[in-house]
Write a protein that binds this ligand. Structure first.
Ligand code: 5GP
Ligand code: MG
Length: 178
C-alpha cells in the first residue's frame, strides 16, 4: 500500500473546499447530502468547517462491486433522504471515477425539486470519466489507481485510515486484511 495523500494534505484540501462553499452559499441555508458509505469521513470533517446554516442527510448507493474493483449495476436507497424540495442541496461523494454514480444520483434527486443541486467530491480520477457531467467541486485529482482510506474501502476494510493510499495488484489479489 502506498500513501497518496497525507492527513495534512487532506486537511488542507477540505479547508479550501469549505472556504469555497462558504463563499458560494454565503448565509443561505444549505442541505448537505452524503453518499453512503464512502463519504462519511469527508462529510464529518467538511460540515464542521462550513460556516453556514446547515442541514445534513444521507442517501445510499451500492454498486455491487464486491471483490471486483470494476463497477456493477447501481442500487439507490433514498429512504433516509430528508425533504429537499425548494432547498439548496450539495451532494457529497468520496470519488468521481466513471461518473455513473453521481450522474444517476443527480438525475434522481432533480426529480425531488431542490432549488439548486451541486456536487462535491474528495477525489476525481483522471482519464476515467464516461459521463458528460463533472462534479462542481473537487478537492483532489488523482491518477487512475484503486485507492482506500478516508472513507474509501476495499471490501469494507480500510475506511478508517486517516490518509488516502493506493492498493497495488498484490494487495488486491491478497484481499483485505490478509
Ligand atoms: P463511479 O460511478 O464514478 O465510477 O464510481 C463511484 C464509486 O465507485 C465511488 O463512490 C466508490 O464507491 C467507487 N470507487 C471508484 N473508484 C474507487 C477507488 O479507487 N477506490 C474505492 N475504494 N472505491 C472506488
Ligand atoms: Mg465503495
Amino acid at each position: 500500500m502506498k500513501q497518496l495523500l497525507s492527513e495534512d494534505e487532506i486537511r488542507g484540501g477540505i479547508h479550501r473546499l469549505a472556504a469555497q462553499l462558504t463563499e458560494r452559499y454565503r448565509d443561505r441555508p444549505l442541505t448537505v447530502i452524503g453518499v453512503l458509505t464512502g463519504s462519511m469521513v469527508l462529510v464529518a470533517d467538511l460540515i464542521r468547517q462550513l460556516d453556514l446554516p446547515l442541514r445534513v442527510g444521507v442517501i445510499q448507493v451500492r454498486s455491487y462491486r464486491g471483490a471486483a474493483t470494476t463497477p456493477g449495476p447501481l442500487e439507490i436507497n433514498d429512504s433516509m433522504l430528508p425533504d429537499i424540495r425548494g432547498r439548496d442541496v450539495l451532494l457529497v461523494d468520496d470519488i468521481f471515477d466513471t461518473g455513473h454514480t453521481l450522474a444517476r444520483l443527480i438525475e434522481q434527486m432533480h426529480e425531488l425539486g431542490p432549488s439548486s443541486l451541486r456536487s462535491a467530491v474528495l477525489l476525481r480520477k483522471l482519464g476515467r470519466q464516461q459521463v458528460s457531467i463533472e462534479p462542481d467541486y473537487v478537492a483532489f485529482n488523482i491518477p487512475d489507481v484503486f485507492v482506500v482510506g478516508y472513507g474509501l474501502d476495499y471490501q469494507d476494510a480500510y475506511r478508517h485510515l486517516p490518509y488516502v493510499a493506493a492498493l497495488d495488484d498484490d494487495d488486491l489479489a491478497a484481499g483485505p486484511l490478509a
